[in-house]
Design a protein around this ligand. Structure first.
Ligand SMILES: [Zn+2]
Length: 199
């Protein structure tokens, strides 16, 4: 279940003076209070909603919503309201979500850039991801010479590419290995026989 909804908070109260009260008729001061609302998911504010407020007569304590205010009172109320800034914290959830998205894009782009380098310049310990059957598995680069790459096969397979790290354990790799030229190694990626490489 996702917990979401809206929540209000008091932002500001300010006294405005010399205004005739629509209730008691006194020329007196009124306290204008402004409240901000925000939309939240799991108690984290995502974005702000409308600002609202009320005024209270300091003499008779009658309160007025904007639609009940006199022209003069509403003018002052609107001034206070427009001077009340929406706190930036009301955007914190959107900021977090955007940061995660931006970071994910950056990581993916960075990984793609690294993979090009890893393939053209293989190193001992590189983990190659491939799909020998309907499942995923890995191969480990165990030796690199001037023109060849030597790989050892993982004895295990896993259903999801996302969990491939789980089978990448030293004891899972075969003691036997095979060698390919660096050109062949590159070609395996070009032909999608090898899917990805991590270092
Ligand atoms: Zn009053």
């Amino acid at each position: 279940m996702i917990f979401y909804g809206t929540k209000g908070a008091h932002l500001k109260s300010e006294k405005v003076s010399g205004i005739k009260c629509p209730n008691c008729g006194e020329h007196t001061s009124h306290t204008v209070s402004i409240f901000g609302r925000y939309f939240y998911i799991y108690w984290i504010p995502i974005f702000p909603l409308t600002k609202k407020g009320v005024s209270e007569c300091d003499n008779c304590k009658a309160t007025f919503e904007p639609k009940e205010m006199s022209e003069q009172l509403r003018l002052k109320y609107n001034n206070v309201k427009s001077d009340t800034k929406t706190p930036l914290t009301y955007w914190i959830g959107s900021f977090i979500i955007l940061s995660i998205i931006a970071f994910t894009f950056y990581s993916v782009a960075q990984h793609d850039k690294n993979v090009v380098e890893y393939i053209s310049n293989p190193k001992k310990g590189d983990i190659v991801e491939y799909k020998p059957t309907e499942y995923y598995s890995t191969q480990k680069v165990i030796k690199v010479t001037t023109d060849s790459v030597f790989l050892s096969l993982n004895n295990y397979e896993i259903e999801s590419k996302g969990y491939i790290n789980k089978i990448d354990k030293v004891e899972n790799y075969s003691n036997e290995f095979y060698g390919v030229t660096k050109e062949q190694y590159q070609k395996m990626f070009d032909e999608k026989l090898f899917i990805d490489v991590n270092r």
